[in-house]
Design a binder for this molecule. Structure first.
Ligand code: 3PY
Ligand code: MG
Length: 258
């Protein structure tokens, strides 16, 4: 295969209306199988999963070879981690624990090469003989989604959505509920004027950027869609295994009677 055929044409990130799978595993075969299972996108969780920066190399190569793009939820507002995830070939980074506009700007700038940001040049694909996008293409196609999951981010959500290089807002309902001193159910059921999730959706719509959220289950996805969010992580690798096992055991007749 020539280098030309390995050019990462058609790289695309997360769509406005899409269903993703959230993954904790660092196992490349399982990730590759899941990436080819029909979800619109796959997000590796390096904040709450065991994915390390060293794992990114093999994962990026395996998913790149499979012709699929991927997202990385980095562990924190951390420029070098954002750079490493993108160097490995991630099309999208999801940045957690953003506490205000300054954090969002840091994340956006870490996602783009100069003059738009301060990302450093060093993509991994040439290490295994593939081509990486040139800086201008990388800047034009990368997606930096900042999480709104703290009271600080919520208070500045309009300013965050307006910040150059912030391509989308991604709601973390679990941390947002904790930070606001409420429950996930109460947060999701709140449709009063000015409610927190509605405020995130309104800010994204006002500034013409994507809005997404972690749901984890189809039931939570339903509640988030009722707020107008259509880009959702609808399940996790762990749930896919557990529910797949349950479905197989329920469908099977069991051992023959002795
Ligand atoms: C949250 O709900 O806080 C998340 O970060 C989802 O993973
Ligand atoms: Mg969170």
């Amino acid at each position: 295969m020539s280098d030309e055929t390995q050019r990462p044409e058609g790289r695309h990130g997360i769509g406005e209306t899409s269903r993703g799978v959230w993954t904790f595993t660092a196992d490349v075969d399982l990730l590759r199988r899941l990436a080819l299972s029909g979800f619109d996108w796959l997000a590796l969780d390096a904040q709450h999963g065991p994915v390390t920066r060293a794992d990114l190399h093999a994962i990026g190569r395996a998913l790149g070879d499979a012709g699929t793009t991927f997202t990385v939820r980095v562990p924190a507002v951390d420029g070098p981690w954002i750079g490493a995830a993108l160097d490995a070939g991630a099309a999208t980074v999801v940045v957690p624990s953003v506490d205000g506009t300054a954090d969002a700007v840091l994340a956006a700038r870490a996602s783009r090469y100069p003059p738009l940001g301060d990302r450093s040049w060093g993509p991994f694909p040439p290490l295994w003989g593939a081509l990486a996008p040139d800086p201008a293409t990388a800047n034009a196609t990368v997606q930096c989604l900042v999480m709104v999951e703290t009271p600080g981010a919520l208070a500045e959500v309009d300013e965050i959505a307006a910040a150059p290089g912030v391509d989308g807002l991604f709601v973390g309902p679990f941390d947002l509920a904790l930070g606001l001193g409420t429950t996930v159910d109460a947060l999701l059921d709140d449709h009063t004027p000015g409610n927190p999730i509605g405020a995130v959706v309104a800010a994204a719509q006002k500034h013409g950027i994507l809005v997404g959220a972690f749901a984890g289950t189809p039931a939570t996805a339903r509640s988030l869609r009722a707020h107008g969010i259509r880009c959702l992580a609808v399940t996790t690798d762990v749930a896919v295994v557990a529910e797949g096992s349950r479905a197989v055991l329920a469908a099977d007749d069991g051992p023959p009677p002795v």
